[in-house]
Design a protein around this ligand. Sequence first.
Ligand code: FRU
Length: 497
Amino acid sequence: MNDPCGMVFHKGQYHLYFQFNPDGLAWVRNISWGHAVSRDLVHWETLPVALTAPPPDFGYGTFTGSIVVDKHNSSGFCQSRDPADPSCLVALFTKQVEFSPTSKVQHQNMAWSNDDGETWSYYANNPVIDLKLDSFRDPKVFWFEPTQQWIMLVGVPKQFKIAFYSSTNLIDWTPISDFGTHGADGLVEWECPDMFQLPVNGNPDDVRWVLKVDMTLNNFGGSIGGRYFIGTFDGREFKPDFDIVDATNPWPEHGRDFLCSLAFEGAKDARARPIWLAWLNNWIYADRMPAMSFRGSASMPRTIELRSAPTGLSLVQTPWPGFDELVNSRRVYRSPAAQLAGLNAELERDADRFKACILDVVLCPASGAPADATMGLQIFHYPYHQEMLAADIRYSIANQTLTFQRGPYGIYELEHPMVKHYPATSRPTPVPLEEGELRLKIYIDFSSVEIFSADGRVGLSYVLLTDHDVKVPAVAASPGALEEVHIRAASLAPVFI
Ligand code: FRU
């Protein structure tokens, strides 16, 4: 898979559609919408491909988009026999049509489903919006109650902007505004927009509009992920609270592999928090992964909200609590710095517990730690029975920043460009100590690691390739850095359906 798309909560089920090549592993020109459903966001059932790229239309791709519940049959295509619920599902998505190797167009299309998202009919007069652009994609649609209109956001990647449209029937769309900049700050390609209201400081009655846009940074070699803007929306225009060319516009995620996040339409938790997830991979190397059965996965779902920080409001992610149900055993490891070797030996003996696990790690720095002191957690694997570092999560006590580095990867030769980008060290991410401690919540799965810190203000998500499933965490600290360490480890039962 690549991007999640069309995510919607409907009749008790979360529907996750995703960019998918039904015929092979890598991204090609018949990209379709794969489909999976879940009642708890933990156990998923895969359903047949939903929106296809039918032959003979070679050079056709059903790209990213969104789904809404057309509650009152505004489209006129709902055929429900239940007068109390005349709704159906409507999808708006980008179709890419290639006329020749150098000429293509991306336009917005509409389809509807009268069987709760399993099969789809295409609107006969598609496209519904066509600007004859080669780069115009990823429509996100939502209902705006105050003006009784559907609103659509579409990325105009090469113009560094998001185009806003409104409609009353999901078919006829009127342009209403643009939001964007002009490639300032080295940013290129705006894609995969999403927009929602987030509660502030846990108050469901105090909500603010947040627009998230995925951007690639041309000085960083390719896809990076989302940036977000907090502002107001009046049904026509999104106005950010701060100047949008300000280079400090924050990233919701600091890891390499969290792209095109999307929130479930129609789903909020009891505290009015939307739930989102992303593609856990990166275009720089997605097609070159040395994996034989897949090329990418979804991240864990997380709830999102805003909380006050010294620098203003910031986006906070909380990993979906449903994973706690998979815990099959818990264990606590605790050690003063002087006995780290013993603790690490104990962790190694328990290797089987860490194939999929949740680690709550607390590292207490020593008072008077040297200025260059670092401490953190390393994850090892054992290709050919040799110990090899899979991930190095390292904290600088003086700078209060966290960095993440993978690899080198062991058993397979990494191809270009993975060989360069896979082990690249992350930018140092500011993570303040909490009550003098570094607190990390780390979710390790078979081929990923998702790290949360600073109460959810920092998220670092990464693909993690290891030999078989073996993973052994170990605490690492430079001399004089650490006073003591405390790890609560919960092993997770594998979920395969
Ligand atoms: C982002 C993206 C989208 C596009 C899709 C195609 O990962 O490039 O902009 O719709 O992938 O698969």
